[in-house]
Design a protein around this ligand. Structure first.
Ligand code: AMP
Length: 553
C-alpha cells in the first residue's frame, strides 16, 4: 500500500489518510450513504478537518482520548475521523449503556473531551454532572447547542463550520492508538482494548487484497460503532474508495427490512455477526437468487449454525461466504475460511481456517507449547494485529498477552480463552470457550460482570449467573439464580430493574429462578452445572421463569 498523498508529498500512513486520499482522487464519489443522505469523500474530509481544528482549539493534544456517545450516523463517523486528525484516540460509548457503566468507562479513559448528539446528550449530561474525574470539554456536531443536555456544550456545529477545512499535519505515528474499545470485564469493570493505526492498516490491507474490494463496492455497515467489526466496514470501505452503507439499527429485528435494505442499496458486501443471518434464515427473508449485486458475505464473532449457512448458500449461489474469526484484542479478525461448497449435512462444522496475512494462530498446551495435529489446546494469536494491551491496566494485560516461550526474538502471544484444534492441513477449528465469556446476539459478555453487578444489590443474599445454549437467535440465554436477603420482599422483576442500573440491556438475564439457597458442590462452591440443569429443565418445560423449583432449594 502506497502512503497517502497530500498536496504532492508522500506522508506517513494513518487510518484517516484513506479518506484524504479518496478526497483528492475522487472528491465527488459517495463515501457514506445513509437514509436519504449521500456524503462525498470531499465533504467527509473537509468536515472532519474542521472538527479536528475545533478539538485542537479546545486543547486536545496527541494521545488524548475523546469519547463519543452518538447514534450511528455520518456525523458519528465524521467525529471518529476528526478525533484521529487531532492526533487523539476515539472511545465509542454505546448510547444505550447505563450511566454507571459509562462513568466507569470515562473514569478509566479520562477523556479530554466528549462528543454527543441528541441521542447521547442526556446520558452524558447525567454522567458528567456527577463525574469525579477532570471535567472534559463537551461538544456536538449538530448545528445548534443541544436542548436535551443538562450541561452547556463548549461547541456545536456552527462553531465547527466556522473553522478552516485545511488538512492537518499529524504528529501521530502508526504505532499510536487510534481508538479504545471497551469490552465486558469479568471483574465488573469494562476493559479498554487499545487498537493501533498499524494493526488496523495491516488488517484492512489484507481484506482489500484477499476480497478484492474496490471503488465499485457498496459495503454494509451493520455493526454498532462500539464493536470492532465496524472498523472493517468503515476503513475497508474508505481504503477501497467504496461506498459505506450504514444499516439503521432499528432494522435488526426486522428481517424483511434488512433484506430489502441489502436489495435496495444494491450492496456488494455484507458483514455481520451470525445472529442477524440466523434471523434472516428463520423468517425466510432471503429471496431465491436474491441480492443480485451481492458478491461476498462475511460473518465473525460467533459460530454460524450450519443450517443457516446451507440456507444462505442455497438462496445465494453466486455469493462468496467467508468465516472470519478473531477477538477485539487482535483487531477485528485473525483467521479466515472461505467455504468452498455448500455443506452436505447440517451437522458439518466450519473451521475458522488459517491466519490472515501478518497473523499467526497457535494451539498450545498449558506450558504454551504446541499440541499435536487434532489435539485440543488453548488458542493463541501472534502477529501484527495484537493490541498493545488494555488501557492503563498492566496487570490484566500481562495476564493474557504473554511471552512466547519458543521464540528466540521476544514476541507476545495473546491467549484468546478459546479452545481449538488444528488439523493436518493447518486449518483451525473453534471448540468453544475455556472460561465463562459468552456471546449472545453477537455481544461479548463476561458472566462475571453481571455477577459483580448482582453482588452489589443489597436485597440479594446470593446470586449466580450461568448461560444455557438455546440454539436460537440469541445463541446463549443468560440465566440468573438468586436468593433474597432475609425478609426482603422482592421479585425477579425488581432484581432486573436494579441490575439494569449497572449493566447494558443485552446483559440482562432472560431466565430467572429464585432459590432458598444456591446449590453447592463438595468444595462449597456454587454448583453451576446443577444450576444450568435446573434452568434447562425450567426453560425447556416452559415453566414460569420466576418459579422456585422444589428440587433446587
Ligand atoms: P470479540 O472480541 O467481541 O470479537 O469476541 C471474540 C470472541 O468471539 C472470540 O474469542 C471467540 O470466542 C468468538 N468468535 C469470534 N469469531 C468467531 C468465529 N468466527 N467463530 C466462533 N467464535 C468466534
Amino acid at each position: 500500500m502506497k502512503g497517502a498523498v497530500m498536496k504532492g508529498a508522500v506522508m506517513k500512513q494513518l487510518i484517516q489518510h484513506w479518506v484524504t486520499r479518496q478526497a483528492e482522487q475522487r472528491p465527488d464519489a459517495a463515501a457514506i450513504v445513509w437514509k436519504n443522505v449521500r456524503v462525498t469523500y470531499r465533504e467527509l474530509e473537509e468536515h472532519s478537518n474542521r472538527l479536528a481544528a475545533v478539538l485542537k482549539r479546545q486543547g486536545a493534544v496527541r494521545g488524548d482520548r475523546i469519547a463519543f456517545c452518538m447514534a450511528k450516523s455520518p456525523e458519528a463517523i465524521t467525529a471518529m475521523l476528526g478525533v484521529l486528525k487531532a492526533d487523539c484516540m476515539y472511545v465509542p460509548v454505546d448510547v444505550e449503556c447505563p450511566a454507571s457503566r459509562v462513568e466507569k468507562i470515562l473514569t478509566a479513559c479520562e477523556p479530554a473531551g466528549v462528543l454527543v448528539d441528541a441521542s447521547g446528550a442526556r446520558l452524558m449530561g447525567d454522567v458528567l454532572r456527577s463525574f469525579a474525574g477532570p471535567r472534559p470539554f463537551l461538544g456536538t456536531l449538530e448545528e445548534m447547542p443541544l436542548k436535551e443536555n443538562v450541561l452547556a456544550t463548549d461547541f456545536c456545529g456552527t462553531d465547527i463550520a466556522a473553522e478552516s477545512s485545511a488538512p492537518h499535519v499529524c504528529e501521530n505515528d502508526a504505532s499510536d492508538g487510534a481508538h479504545i474499545l471497551f469490552t465486558s470485564g469479568s471483574t465488573g469493570t469494562p476493559k479498554g482494548v487499545v487498537v493501533t493505526h498499524s494493526s488496523v492498516i495491516t488488517y484492512i490491507n489484507w481484506t482489500l487484497r484477499y476480497f478484492g474490494i474496490d471503488e465499485t463496492d457498496r459495503v454494509s455497515g451493520h455493526a454498532p460503532l462500539h464493536f470492532d467489526l465496524s472498523t472493517q466496514d468503515i476503513y475497508g470501505a474508505f481504503a477501497a474508495g467504496a461506498e459505506l452503507h450504514p444499516v439503521p439499527p432499528e432494522y435488526n429485528l426486522l428481517p424483511r427490512k434488512l433484506a430489502a435494505f441489502i436489495q435496495d442499496h444494491r450492496l456488494t458486501q455484507w458483514f455481520s455477526v451470525p445472529s442477524v443471518l440466523n434471523y434472516l434464515c428463520r423468517f425466510d427473508a432471503v429471496p431465491e437468487n436474491g441480492f443480485p449485486h451481492l458478491r461476498r458475505l462475511m460473518w465473525c464473532g460467533e459460530v454460524l449454525p450450519t443450517p443457516t449457512l446451507i440456507y444462505l448458500m442455497q438462496k445465494l449461489p453466486s455469493v462468496q461466504f467467508t468465516n472470519l474469526y478473531g477477538p477485539t484484542e487482535a483487531t477485528i479478525a485473525s483467521s479466515f475460511y472461505t467455504v468452498p461448497e455448500c455443506p452436505a449435512s447440517e451437522t458439518e462444522s466450519i473451521p475458522i481456517g488459517t491466519a490472515c496475512d501478518g497473523e499467526e494462530l497457535l494451539v498450545l498446551d498449558e506450558q504454551r507449547l504446541p499440541v499435536g495435529p487434532g489435539e485440543i489446546g488453548d488458542l493463541y494469536i501472534a502477529g501484527a494485529g495484537l493490541s498493545p494491551g488494555y488501557w492503563r491496566d498492566p496487570e490484566k494485560t500481562a495476564s493474557v498477552f504473554l511471552p512466547d516461550p519458543r521464540s528466540i526474538e521476544p514476541r507476545r502471544i495473546y491467549r484468546t480463552g478459546d479452545l481449538a484444534r488444528m488439523d493436518e492441513e493447518g486449518r483451525v477449528w473453534f471448540l468453544g470457550r475455556a472460561d465463562t465469556q459468552i456471546k449472545s446476539r453477537g455481544y461479548r459478555i463476561e458472566l462475571g460482570e453481571i455477577e459483580t453487578a448482582l453482588h452489589a444489590i443489597d436485597v440479594l443474599e446470593e446470586s449466580a449467573v450461568v448461560a444455557i445454549e438455546t440454539g436460537g437467535f440469541e445463541n446463549m440465554a443468560i440465566c440468573c439464580a438468586w436468593v433474597p436477603a432475609g425478609g426482603a420482599d422482592i421479585n425477579a422483576a425488581d432484581v432486573r430493574t436494579r441490575l439494569a442500573e449497572s449493566v447494558p440491556r443485552y446483559m440482562l438475564p432472560r431466565h430467572w429462578l429464585q432459590f432458598d439457597r444456591l446449590p453447592k458442590n463438595a468444595n462449597g462452591k456454587i454448583d453451576r452445572p446443577r444450576l444450568k440443569a435446573d434452568f434447562r429443565e425450567a426453560f425447556l418445560s416452559q415453566k414460569s421463569g420466576t418459579a422456585v423449583p422444589g428440587a433446587a432449594t
